[in-house]
Design a protein around this ligand. Structure first.
Ligand code: PHE
Length: 372
């Protein structure tokens, strides 16, 4: 019985696979870190706004309060994601019911805004993805989407075709943005694939001795433009991950910190101050626990990580496959190393052992694997 309503076992079993959003994720809906002007995500958003406002005379319309609960149609169909694309799977995306998801990208809003007639816009919001656990991945993060629509009169006098003209404009715009944020940096363009753009590119910048992917973009698929009723137009679109950029710009070592209420974190950032370097407040020691089990057909690392996060929350820093073998009978064993670490305090042995026991129990009961 739940809330006075009798539910039969069959109904629970039938309902279970259609909603894979745990409470730990659902409680993040509405927090909107991107709208906090003293938070690194909000500071970065405002710095990007500044670039677009000054380069385009405030012509970009800004959306930052669109509901993250969207239809499968908005999130996938409208942006031409193929029926068999992995991103549609329950392993990668949070489904509220078979027709409704937590958006996995801000591209979910492209088609409707284009159909409403907007020609230049930025959409900022929280997005949700099932994933494994490490210092740069968290199941909720923030993206900004940018779209600009051109009409034939924009490119006709250039002697170029629409697609070439728009792709060049896109690259110029985003190189300018990268320079606005990072100063003089080395950049490179990588050809890639997105279902909703063609051609598609990724921008990488050379930062602290590494090439870092900062955004995806391209010339919007003409089918999307056609459906929006602007057949003769050509558009570009980009999507960038705000955490990824903020980690680099503010020297933030772990993505979980963005969700911290600890004053030692929050007090270090001021409105309008991009790139103030974060000073870690003493790094507390990690504690590692290994667990081995025989996997089954339905086992996935994302499911494992969700179980662990459900128990340990933000105390889990990394989950890493350290051993993987298949025996003569064809059974496959995985060994995972879990790193527990709080960014705010020292954890006690008792506390970690307690977490690890609960993890073992639930991994066994929920994932139906056999512990070794
Ligand atoms: N939606 C893409 C992602 O989340 C990014 C993107 C947006 C790429 C717009 C091209 C155009 O990875």
């Amino acid at each position: 019985e739940r809330g006075g309503v009798q539910i039969t076992r069959e109904e629970i079993v039938r309902d279970e696979p259609t909603n894979n959003v745990p409470d730990t994720i659902f409680t993040k809906v509405g927090l909107q870190l991107h709208r906090r002007s003293q938070h690194p995500i909000g500071i970065l958003k405002n710095a990007i706004y500044e670039y677009f406002d000054s380069s385009y005379g405030n012509k970009f319309k800004k959306f930052e309060d669109l509901c993250p609960i969207v239809s499968v149609k908005q999130n996938f169909d409208d942006v031409l994601v193929p029926d068999d694309h992995v991103s549609r799977s329950y392993n990668d995306t949070y489904y509220i019911d078979p027709q409704t998801v937590l958006r996995c990208h801000t591209s979910a809003h492209q088609a409707e805004l284009l159909s409403s007639g907007y020609k230049q816009f930025l959409v900022t919001g929280d997005v949700y993805r099932r994933d494994s656990i490490d210092s740069t991945h968290y199941p909720v993060f923030h993206q900004m989407e940018g779209v600009r629509v051109f009409s034939p009169s924009d490119w006709e006098s250039s002697g170029k075709d629409g697609t070439t003209y728009v792709a060049e404009d896109l690259k110029k715009c985003l190189e300018g943005l990268a320079q606005h944020l990072f100063g003089t940096v080395e950049m490179r363009w990588i050809d890639t694939y997105f279902p909703f753009t063609n051609p598609s590119f990724e921008l990488e910048i050379f930062f602290q001795e590494k090439w870092l992917e900062v955004l995806g973009c391209g010339v919007t698929e003409q089918e999307i433009i056609r459906r929006s009723g602007n057949e003769e137009n050509v558009a570009w679109a980009f999507g960038l991950g705000l955490e990824r950029l903020a980690m680099v710009l503010f020297d933030i070592p772990d993505i979980r910190l963005f969700w911290s209420d600890d004053e030692r974190f929050t007090s270090q950032f001021k409105e309008g101050q991009l790139g103030v370097k974060f000073k870690p407040f003493s790094k507390f020691p990690p504690c590692y626990k290994d667990m081995s089990f025989w996997i089954n057909e339905s086992f996935t690392e994302n499911n494992l990580c969700e179980v662990i996060r459900g128990i340990a929350g933000d105390l889990v820093e990394e989950v890493c496959l350290i051993d993987n073998f298949t025996n003569k009978k064809g059974m496959t064993s995985h060994c995972y190393r879990i790193a527990y670490r709080s960014m705010e305090r020292s954890l006690t042995d008792d506390e970690i052992n307690d977490l690890q026991w609960k993890v073992r129990e639930q991994v066994e009961s929920k994932l139906k694997v056999v512990l070794r």
